[in-house]
Design a protein around this ligand. Structure first.
Ligand code: EPZ
Length: 420
């Protein structure tokens, strides 16, 4: 396993290129199942999760090649309709193959995802949506087994706004007979890009970008190409790094329109932020102010940025409350931040943060993707040396983060070894 060794206190300056969005790619890749042909997804990030999804799709008979951030998928030879446990346990997003497999082949056998570092993450909304569209769905020995001679359009109303369930419902409905209405659909940019991609494949979808999607089923779709949107969580993570470490950094290939909540909170905390059509520049505040945040569905402050915000607030002036209204127990990073000298209490789904003058380097353990990001950020400003262990979590969702941070002036290096 690898670890990062960081010597804190360096000022960050310069520009950093933002990669394609992990959570868009993980939806676009399974969407190609819906048509037989060759698709090219450009601006695809080189991430462990993309490798994991590629391995899963290859077991189904899809030929996949990644060259220079363009993923080419050939879906003409699909001959297996299963997502085995050994793949799904590595990545929950594997469940995205359920909808397209049932829609195009009338069958799917997908392992139930395990929990993750911060607790259970049910898939009931995915299953209910596929059932509503006419599939027979049973749970057999930890697998979702779905069958359908064909799918019929239906009205689907999600009690809870769910990114994944919206994605699966959309991908299942585009080949169903008749009209499907999806109410309380997620409007995250990654879902809007999925809907746009399905339209490019020949699907008929109205209401893109709204939480009411109307789908007219068609008989078949054709392969299409796409350019993945920038990763708004990677962008947000680098903006927080800019606010933390002084100096001025510019994100290139970023979409400010996907970052409105993050930008507003960073300005409240004292940062100066400006943007063009594809860049965002942040000037660190002279004095970092404490600002409360409640993570909620888009366009609210993203839950995937909650841990990074807590690292920022750990050294802000005053006290703040960081609440997560999506996941009630996504606070595994807190005990590790405490080891760096932060002053934080967690109660229910909120972290109560009292800013301290400085953090002190220590060995800390990554537990999940975004928790790892918050530990890296804390290490950048902690006095002395911080070692962040088990950075494979980070490699799931950040492309070459240590190279990008080093290019901005950070003193961070990856050390490969077995014992940590
Ligand atoms: C997506 O996960 C993202 N992953 C997550 O990002 C992100 O944290 C999450 O959306 C929320 O924004 C991908 O897009 C691959 P949900 P997803 O279904 O689709 C509950 C990262 O760090 N729920 O929107 O799994 C669920 O428990 C990852 O990049 C049900 O109850 O999230 C949660 O409380 C982590 N039943 C809420 O809905 C269901 O069937 C939102 O989850 C499905 C979800």
């Amino acid at each position: 396993m690898d670890k990062f060794v960081i010597n804190g206190g360096r000022t960050l300056n310069g520009s950093v290129a933002i990669s394609g969005a992990k959570n868009a790619t993980l939806a676009l890749m399974p969407a190609t199942i819906l048509a037989g042909g060759i698709s090219r997804l450009s601006n695809t990030p080189a991430l462990r999760d993309v490798t994991t999804m590629s391995a899963l799709l290859r077991t189904m008979g899809i030929d996949i090649e990644m060259r220079e951030h363009t993923l080419t998928l050939d879906t003409r030879g699909i001959d297996k309709f299963e997502a085995p446990y050994e793949h799904v346990k590595k990545m929950r997003a594997s469940i995205y193959v359920l909808g397209p497999l049932v829609a195009r082949f009338g069958q799917a056998k997908v392992s139930l995802p395990g929990g993750c570092a911060w607790g259970p993450r049910p898939v009931n909304l995915h299953i209910e949506a596929i059932r509503k569209l006419g599939a027979e769905v049973d749970l057999q020995e930890g697998y979702i087994v779905a069958r359908a001679s064909h799918l019929e359009g239906a009205r689907i109303h999600f009690d809870v706004s769910s990114v994944g369930a919206t994605g699966n419902a959309l991908m299942a409905s585009v080949l169903a007979r008749g009209t499907t209405v999806i109410d309380n659909a997620a409007i995250e940019p990654e879902i809007t890009q999925l809907a746009e991609y399905l339209v490019a494949m020949g699907a008929r979808i109205a209401g893109l970008g709204t939480n009411r999607l109307e789908v007219e089923g068609v008989r078949e779709l054709h392969a299409a190409d796409a350019t993945t949107i920038p990763d708004r969580i990677e962008a947000g993570t680098f903006l927080v790094a800019g606010a933390l470490c002084g100096g001025t950094i510019t994100l290139t290939g970023a979409q400010a329109g996907h970052l409105t909540a993050i930008i507003a909170k960073l300005e409240d905390a004292g940062s100066e932020i400006s943007a063009t059509s594809d860049t965002v520049t942040i000037k660190a505040p002279r004095k970092l102010r404490s600002v409360d945040v409640t993570a909620s569905i888009y366009p609210g402050f993203p839950t995937d940025m909650q841990a990074q915000w807590t690292a920022l607030m750990a050294v802000a002036e005053g006290a703040s409350v960081v609440t997560d209204s999506i996941y009630f127990d996504r606070f595994k990073h807190i005990p590790e931040l405490l080891r760096l000298g932060a002053d934080i209490d967690v109660k229910d789904n909120a972290a109560f943060v009292r800013g301290v003058r400085s953090l002190t380097g220590a060995k800390v353990m990554s537990t999940d993707l975004r928790a790892s990001a918050s530990l890296i950020l804390a290490g950048l400003i902690a006095r002395g040396t911080t070692e962040v262990l088990r950075v494979y979590h980070l490699d799931r969702g950040y492309e070459s983060i240590e190279k990008k941070l080093r290019a901005l002036g950070a003193d961070i290096k990856r050390v490969t070894g077995e014992e940590f």
